[in-house]
Design a protein around this ligand. Structure first.
Ligand SMILES: C[S@@+](CC[C@H](N)C(=O)[O-])C[C@H]1O[C@@H](n2cnc3c(N)ncnc32)[C@H](O)[C@@H]1O
Length: 333
């Protein structure tokens, strides 16, 4: 992993619980080596690779969080084998995927994870994210306060984890968007949520103006709060369907962070000013990559008599075994 990408990678890997904190992060021949707990990890669009090299213990006595959790639990050995080795820690709210055989011990299991990882509340992921508002399906196991402030890349995201989604796997894309936006740009975020892209862009890129459209009143409420919390100026939250509320002919950059947003491409093409970029996300079957989404964007903008000059496609993460979450960066004239 090259040094420039290492911090982003470390943040990403820490959020998905993959970093072996008992081992040292070391630099060798210009590459940064981050120790992992397991090799079943994908590094979305990072110039790094998984390599097997001897790692250096920080301190022989130090245990991994997972082994501390497993050791502290008094449950039968077969149940211990099924304890989740990964988790999502959003602020101080922990989300776990539990094997059904662990249900009868869920209180104790939640307590052990909360104690070791410093979480005030533990939720079980029972059905992923669904519906027009992309709402999570979670079950409360421990604690009662599901509202938290998650800090990432110098940005504060306040949210109720029970009510609005937060995808740790998209961290690199949030960081990338904040890096590629240029000072003074006008950005239209068509599916802003709580400000996943709008706020990092406003915090790090000195945009001229960011229009952040959100249809779900709950997510919109947090978007407003996050604008205040991060003290950013120039972000205008717009409540409603982006088809109605997004201003047209203004944008240097349009963010389409919706995995099923094909039918909004015509609107995105109208939102772009004289020229600009559309960042189009899609959940796409691996067999259709890379041509499918590139053609979708080209056709979508051509219907509005705009031209796609150049486009690149990158993978953000695996969505399911055969489906990838990808983003197309398309330059439009
Ligand atoms: C999937 S979330 C955004 C996820 C985000 N891109 C990320 O990386 O974590 C999409 C958001 O778009 C909102 N949304 C869906 N349809 C919309 C529409 N027509 N206009 C504005 N917002 C919409 C949903 O309520 C949701 O908050």
């Amino acid at each position: 992993m090259a040094r420039e990408a290492a911090e982003e990678a470390r943040l990403f890997l820490r959020e998905i619980g993959a970093v072996d904190r008992t081992k040292r992060i070391v630099e060798r021949e210009g590459a940064v080596l981050i120790p992992l707990l397991h090799t079943d990890v994908e590094l979305p669009d990072l110039p790094g690779e998984i390599v097997e090299v001897p790692s250096i213990p920080l301190n022989k006595e130090q245990e991994t969080p997972f082994s501390m959790i497993a050791r502290s639990l008094d449950i039968p050995a077969p149940a211990k084998e099924r304890l989740p080795r990964r988790w999502e820690l959003i602020g101080d709210v922990l989300v776990l995927k539990l094997d059904s055989s662990l249900r009868e011990y869920d209180g104790d299991v939640a307590e052990a994870y909360a104690c070791v990882l410093g979480a005030k509340t533990v939720l079980e992921d029972v059905g992923g994210i669904g519906g027009e508002f992309r709402e999570p399906k979670l079950r409360l196991i421990l604690g009662n306060d599901t509202t938290t402030v998650h800090k990432e890349n110098g940005v504060l995201f306040k949210l109720d984890v029970m009510k609005v989604m937060f995808s740790s796997g998209n961290i690199h894309e949030r960081v990338r968007m904040a890096r590629i936006c240029r000072p003074g740009e006008t950005v239209v975020d068509m599916f802003a949520g709580i400000g996943y892209f709008s706020i990092p862009i406003a915090v790090h890129s000195e945009p001229g103006k960011v229009y952040a459209c959100e249809i779900n009143p709950t997510a919109y409420g947090y978007l407003e709060e996050n604008i205040r919390l991060n003290r950013v100026i120039g972000v205008e939250p717009l409540l409603g369907d982006c088809l109605d509320v997004a201003p047209e002919g203004v944008a240097d950059r349009v963010v389409m962070g919706h995995l099923w947003g094909k039918e909004y491409l015509g609107k995105a093409a109208r939102v772009v000013g004289e020229k600009g970029f559309i960042h189009y996300h899609e959940a796409c079957h691996k067999d259709e990559l890379p041509r499918g989404p590139l053609e979708t964007v080209r056709r979508g903008v051509e219907k509005e008599n705009r031209r796609m000059m150049r486009a690149t496609l990158r993978k953000i993460k695996s969505y399911s075994p055969n489906i990838d979450h990808i983003v197309v960066d398309a330059e439009i004239e």
